[in-house]
Write a protein that binds this ligand. Sequence first.
Ligand code: FES
Length: 168
Amino acid sequence: MPKYRNSLNVDPDDRDPRISRRSFLALMGVGACLVGVGQMFGASMLGYLYPNAMKVPPSTFSLGRPEEITAKDGKIFDPKQKVFIETKAGKVRVQTAVCTHLGCTINPVETGYSCPCHGSTYNNRGQVTGGPAPKDLVFFDIYKGASGDLLVNKAKTTLDWEKAWYSA
Ligand code: FES
């Protein structure tokens, strides 16, 4: 049972201006709680100041200079964008590397692509040949930006593997 009936357990008649260790620690605890509540409130308010659009990643990315991209033929994997970039005879096309089942990254195999997660398989065109994947792999729209770089718009897709080529 506390000796005095106030929250800091301080004698109200005590004229000693020094603060006891117990009172000091109690004040520090209250102060820390107030700072914590203030930070939580401030952080949540800051979330309202930034528009949602700033949190959405851009759907467009750059492939680089056309002459550099089409310099040699082949297919490479871009792990950051999770796409396969295929070049052939001055043309380029970009296909998703994201499995249409639950979004795992697919691997190229001799017959096309294979998903390591649940075993979906796709042929070289990206059409489903087995497993639980519900849809084919899409190709992304490619266009030349104002800077001259080739840009890929992941928001615009096609399943037509011939029309997916962009002639640089
Ligand atoms: S995520 Fe690819 S088969 Fe399930």
